[in-house]
Design a protein around this ligand. Sequence first.
Ligand SMILES: Cc1cc2nc3c(=O)[nH]c(=O)nc-3n(C[C@H](O)[C@H](O)[C@H](O)COP(=O)(O)OP(=O)(O)OC[C@H]3O[C@@H](n4cnc5c(N)ncnc54)[C@H](O)[C@@H]3O)c2cc1C
Length: 385
Amino acid sequence: MGGVRRVLIVGGGVGGLTAATSFAQRGVDVVLIERQPSFDIPGVGLGQPANALRVYQSLGFLDEILQTGFSYDRMHIFDASRKLIAEHVFLLGDETLPAFCALSRLDLHRILLRAAEQAGVEVRLGVTAAKIQDEPDKVSVQFSNGESDTFDLLAGFDGIRSTTRPHLVGTAFVPRPSGYGAWRVQAPRPDYVRGMEFLQGIGSKTGGMPLNNDLMYVFHIRPEAPDAWFAEKDLPDLFRERLSQYGGYVAEVSASLDANSDIVYSPMEPLLMPWPWHRGRVVIGGDAAHTFPPHLTQGAAMAAEDGYVLAREVLRNDTPLAEGLMRYSRDRYARCAFVYTFSRQWLDDEQSVRTAEQMEVARAELAMNASARIAASDRILNSPI
Ligand SMILES: Cc1cc2nc3c(=O)[nH]c(=O)nc-3n(C[C@H](O)[C@H](O)[C@H](O)COP(=O)(O)OP(=O)(O)OC[C@H]3O[C@@H](n4cnc5c(N)ncnc54)[C@H](O)[C@@H]3O)c2cc1C
């Protein structure tokens, strides 16, 4: 297994926890450090497509995910008044897997953390890697609590503001503002919302995703100043203003927003690190290596795939570490570059609908081609990793 017996994972998100479980289940001694003193998961949801579910199936906790979340097999594209434009039945999944299962981030995190602990991962909270020294036969780490240790490999799954990434490329590659932002809130699920929905508006897009029998999550994507910052007390009014053109359940959710609504705003800062995603014994994955516009709902899914493929390639029989890491980088870069390109283009296309005339052009185009376009993506993403 390339001499890898002991691994440090930096970051306890979807990517880090999946990587940790994947290594530990294959007999590696794994320490996972997480900067937060306790896990603090924002209360919005995640759609997990079949390619992510396949990873969870391989690691043995798919059933728990399916029992907790809401499975669906199609998406609809509407206009802002929720008049149907197109339906797409996903070509994802197989006889053992639904196309999608969506669940709250908190529920997914609980399941991933339990799986990591059951596999024997040692989780240390409130700790970061203060100093990383990459040497030919080991990587030495000084932790923020003053302790130090050595590992055969350090895998940084430490998110969009990764402090591991600079060990590979300095500050040359950082997420850059796209000029768009995403607003999100949880809301009660009307019975008729049974799959992913996009509502194409003029100058923005909104949508919904079921999370379980009772809850859904409403999102809204629009141009925002690159340095936009909003005070928490202003979020309900600002979100309501932004949703004013939308009808159907979006209008109801909008009317219900108040100081108790758990509204989350995030700027969109896409990033695709050129490969290789490693240097010596330090490697990155998940949002540390790539962040996408959320259109294909593949960010956490790609992070989970990264974690799984990293362990598999590094531990392949008799493979020198450098070769395993290169295979990981090559395969993951190609797949993530597809998600990055497809979702960026979708973002740009939808956000360029700025007038009523452009909306009519988009309506006709989406009715004619949207399903075929998403089917092409499904075929790629449903292929084995
Ligand atoms: C609006 C929106 C909607 C989305 N919807 C979906 C969706 O439906 N489906 C989907 O698959 N993805 C979705 N995503 C993407 C998804 O949220 C991310 O891609 C995913 O969470 C990335 O996981 P990660 O483990 O790489 O990073 P993170 O989840 O960011 O985890 C990184 C962890 O590392 C910790 N950390 C950071 N620095 C350090 C350090 N120095 N030392 C120790 N720990 C550290 C952090 O505290 C954090 O816990 C969406 C994203 C957005 C913005």
